[in-house]
Design a protein around this ligand. Structure first.
Ligand SMILES: *[C@@H]1O[C@H](CO)[C@@H](O)[C@H](O)[C@H]1NC(C)=O
Ligand SMILES: *[C@@H]1O[C@H](CO)[C@@H](O)[C@H](O)[C@H]1NC(C)=O
Length: 517
């Protein structure tokens, strides 16, 4: 019996070594050859299209950002990085892999200007439009979402590379599984700016302890078998995610929260799963993946363009409580309405239409039907709370309009729990708007912290605490008010400037990887 087993395993190894691996290598070789040949012509056409007569010394950096037209914080990072490269590196062309097939290059550039006030040079920028973006949408994968989206992203990367292979690939949206496709098929250096880990060691621990969470449906938790199956799925997924991150040549992260997670994933080990990967057929994975990553990721705080806001007059301010956040569920706009309703209940003099009147203004982008629906529910809630007359919704405001609100408001409200950072809070502070933010995450640890030992804003958890913090700001003496607005601004401008971001981006070493080849 055991003799047969040994024979079987030997046969498996032999067929792997003599048949499977050679065929795989041949296949890979042919694919690489084909990509390389086709790419020469595409590259020449690109240089011609952009009006660069000669290619000599010119390099191409590809940014994988399928939702580049979304206008959120992740996009600000992308466009600031590209604009900074355009200013300092005239021989580098930026290519953005985008799924926004409904927009043209000109439209995207115009929107970046309107939304972020970032000017892009069209002669150093090119878009590769992708048709398969739906493969990375949640809705395409009702079950096994993580796995589905990851496989989808690999296909999307393949679609990208068949259209144009850059000299350096940088993922700015968190699609780490694409690194394998790019590094295996194109053999170019890979880097990433990670906003958020796809799966964290916390998530794994939660599944392990079978606690309930939003990704952990009730019917699954109730069954032990399904739970252990799910744990295996997560362990495998984590193993592959760690392999993906380790493939990158350089990694930037947007906050200390993300750094903690990414660093621990880079060190992640799973003895059992790893042992399985020494046996055929899984050992193929070992042949195909390479480990390039540094042991730790570098923090590059996202840029907050504070130049303009930092010019606003600190006083006088209107009695406006301002919220600037996309209408996503986790931003918890409901809590804002409830806290504001409590404030008005405790101070009826704030309702009336005179100089005591306080207004809540909710400024935010609406991306899709889900957001639209949430907005109409919020309007309903405002009506039920009987604060409708003191609440204003401003949907899809342009950047100048957002700035205008920031220049007038008194208080900046942010209710999201465990926000890892909170760029909107930085903007409040730079604009001289005193922040009242949830006592958790980035706003608690990194942003609304004392400056020279004195307060730069307030933290709250319950609606009572939010209401009382708002009341405190509204009743500051003029001297205290001015001093606090000044401190908030001085701190935010110093810590989260575009210059700081650009320095960090440069120090990531992308330039060295580009010239490395
Ligand atoms: C990092 O990215 C995550 C996910 O987009 C976001 O929640 C967080 O606020 C970001 N952190 C910073 C410092 O911008
Ligand atoms: C906001 O913009 C999104 C997409 O850009 C669009 O679908 C939506 O209809 C807009 N909503 C409003 C109220 O303007």
């Amino acid at each position: 019996m055991s003799h047969r087993l040994v024979q079987g395993i030997t046969a498996l190894f032999l067929s792997e070594v003599f048949v499977f691996l050679p065929s795989l290598w041949l296949l890979l070789y042919l694919i690489r050859l084909r990509l390389r040949t086709a790419n020469k012509a595409r590259r020449a056409a690109l240089f011609e299209e952009l009006g660069h007569s000669k290619q000599n010394g010119k390099r191409v950096v590809g940014f994988f950002h399928p939702y580049c037209n979304a206008g959120g914080g992740g996009e600000r990072v992308l466009w600031t990085a590209i604009a900074s490269m355009q200013r300092t590196e005239l021989n580098v062309l930026s290519v953005v892999y985008s799924g926004d097939t409904d927009a043209t290059k000109e439209e995207i550039i115009a929107k970046v200007k309107a939304r972020f006030d970032i000017s892009l040079d069209p002669s150093l920028l090119h878009f590769v439009f992708l048709r398969s973006r739906r493969l990375v949408e949640d809705s395409a994968w009702p079950r096994f979402t993580l796995l589905g989206q990851s496989l989808g992203s690999m296909y999307l990367a393949w679609e990208s590379m068949t259209q144009l292979v850059p000299d350096l690939y940088i993922d700015t949206m968190g699609y780490a599984f694409t690194f394998h496709v790019v590094s295996l098929l194109c053999r170019i250096p890979v880097g990433a700016y990670v906003h958020y880990p796809t799966i964290s060691t916390d998530m794994l621990a939660r599944v392990k302890s079978r606690t309930e969470w939003h990704t952990n449906r009730n019917d699954v938790t109730s069954s032990a078998i399904l739970s252990s199956f799910k744990l295996l799925y997560y362990r495998l997924f984590m193993y592959y995610y760690a392999l993906s991150l380790q493939t990158a040549n350089f990694l930037m992260v947007n906050s200390s929260w993300t750094k903690n997670h990414v660093d621990s994933i880079l060190q992640h080990s799973d003895v059992l799963i790893d042992a399985l990967h020494w046996l055929p057929p899984l050992n193929v994975v070992k042949f195909l993946t390479s480990r390039n990553a540094p042991r730790t990721a570098r923090i590059v705080y996202p840029p907050c363009d504070t130049r303009e806001m930092a010019q606003f007059q600190l006083t006088p301010r209107k009695r406006i409580v301002l919220s600037v956040a996309q209408f996503r569920p986790e931003k918890d706009h409901r809590a804002q309405l409830q806290a504001f309703a409590l404030l008005l209940k405790q101070h009826p003099e704030y309702i009336k239409n005179d100089d005591q009147r306080v207004k809540l203004v909710l400024v935010g982008g609406s991306r899709n039907e889900g957001d639209e629906k949430r907005i109409s529910e919020l309007r309903k809630l405002a009506k039920n709370l009987d604060i409708e007359a003191n609440v204003e919704f401003v949907i899809n405001a342009s950047y100048p309009d957002v700035l205008d609100w920031l220049s007038k408001a008194s208080i900046g409200l942010s209710t999201m729990v465990d926000e890892h950072f909170g760029i909107n809070v930085v903007e409040f502070m730079a604009a001289g708007v005193i922040p009242v933010a949830h006592a958790s995450g980035g706003p608690l640890k990194d942003i609304v912290v004392p400056f020279n030992g004195e307060r730069t804003g307030f933290h709250a958890k319950s609606k009572e605490e939010f209401a009382s913090a708002m009341e405190t700001v509204l009743s500051l003496s003029p001297e205290e008010e001015l001093a606090m607005r000044w401190r908030a601004r001085a701190w935010a401008v110093q810590r989260f400037s575009e210059e700081e971001f650009e320095r960090g981006w440069t120090e990531s070493g992308w330039r060295d990887w580009l010239s490395h080849q």
